[in-house]
Write a protein that binds this ligand. Structure first.
Ligand code: TMO
Length: 313
């Protein structure tokens, strides 16, 4: 706990005995952390908000798909960034089994898909169409990919199904999974020097949009069921023959037991809503300014008291 949250926690301890409602359990609220910066910073920001209310908080690093099973079972209390594109399927599967629920959307619109920095268009002017990208595949070839183009997909646990999409649409690309989000930024940065065409997985809101102007590749538009029913999408025999949702949600999810065990924290969670610029800024603090996530969270809270203090009332 830094000085900032300690000061707030002290205030909370003084006021807590006068609260009319049942007090939150002193057991730690366990918050899962994944492998992209906004989620890590947001999780710490919310953890520090809970601490300011007198709660105990613990963080665990977990797989970003398996976490929905952990929320459902109450091993972690919540998930703050349910991105429709990457996690919609795992979230829905856990919802069907029961034990977790939807705590509402952030005031944010998300997109996750194949993306290129704008200079790539010089080599492939038909972009952003996926057919134009495919016709330019040789512009993206590397020693590693032979006569096919290279597409750097996200880390495996984000389950972007890049290989399935390439197969379903008959594309001349080889899909390589990045080991980390940082490897995606390194790939763009390395291509920037000589303006080499490059196509990588990216998303919004993210810090990257402020650093590298770019565009998402336009694939056949997402249709509900594209990941479950081969008939959906242009290839009648394949799944994943669509892009990700272009206007995806960003949800919060909670273990069903959270409401009774930590009613005050749960009520705050219901009100929490971050916007695209706020989420992009959280990522920037880490990916550009090289702050530690805890520091980034404390700095964000310090500068945005008017935003979050209302959520704790
Ligand atoms: C889940 N992500 C924001 C990395 O696409």
């Amino acid at each position: 706990m830094n000085k900032f949250t300690l000061a707030m926690a002290t205030t909370a301890i003084i006021t807590a005995p006068f609260a009319a409602n049942a007090a939150d359990s002193s057991d730690p609220i366990v918050i899962p952390i994944h492998n992209w910066s906004s989620q890590i910073v947001m999780s710490h920001a919310v953890g520090q908000i809970f601490e300011s209310m007198g709660n105990n908080v613990e963080f665990v690093t977990t797989d970003s798909q398996a976490v929905y099973e952990s929320v459902r079972l109450g091993d972690v209390a919540l998930e703050l960034e349910v991105w429709e594109g990457a996690f919609g399927a795992s979230f829905r599967a856990a919802l069907e089994k029961g034990g977790l629920h939807d705590v509402g959307d952030h005031n944010a619109v998300t997109r996750e898909d194949w993306w290129y920095p704008m200079w790539t268009k010089d080599a492939c002017p038909g972009l952003p169409s996926w057919e134009a990208l495919n016709a330019c595949a040789d512009k993206f070839k590397t020693a590693e990919t032979g006569d096919k183009g290279r597409y750097l997909d996200g880390p495996v646990d984000w389950l972007k199904h890049g290989k399935e999409r390439v197969d379903a649409l008959g594309m001349d690309f080889v899909v390589v999974n990045a080991g980390s989000a940082a490897a995606l930024w390194a790939e763009i940065g390395a291509a920037e020097k000589d303006k080499r065409p490059v196509v990588v997985f990216n998303w919004t809101p993210n810090f990257a949009e402020a650093v590298w102007p770019g565009e998402f590749v336009e694939f056949p538009a997402w249709e509900e069921g594209c990941d479950k029913d081969p008939a959906v999408g242009p290839n009648p025999n394949a799944l994943y023959d669509c892009g990700n949702p272009a206007k995806g949600y960003l949800k919060k999810a909670a273990w069903d037991g959270m409401k009774d065990k930590w009613p005050a924290a749960y009520s705050t969670l219901e009100k929490i809503s971050f916007t695209n610029p706020q989420i992009a800024e959280m990522a920037k603090f880490v990916d550009i300014d090289e702050m530690e996530p805890e520091e980034a969270a404390a700095e964000w809270l310090e500068a945005n008291k008017d935003v979050w203090m209302a959520w704790t009332k």
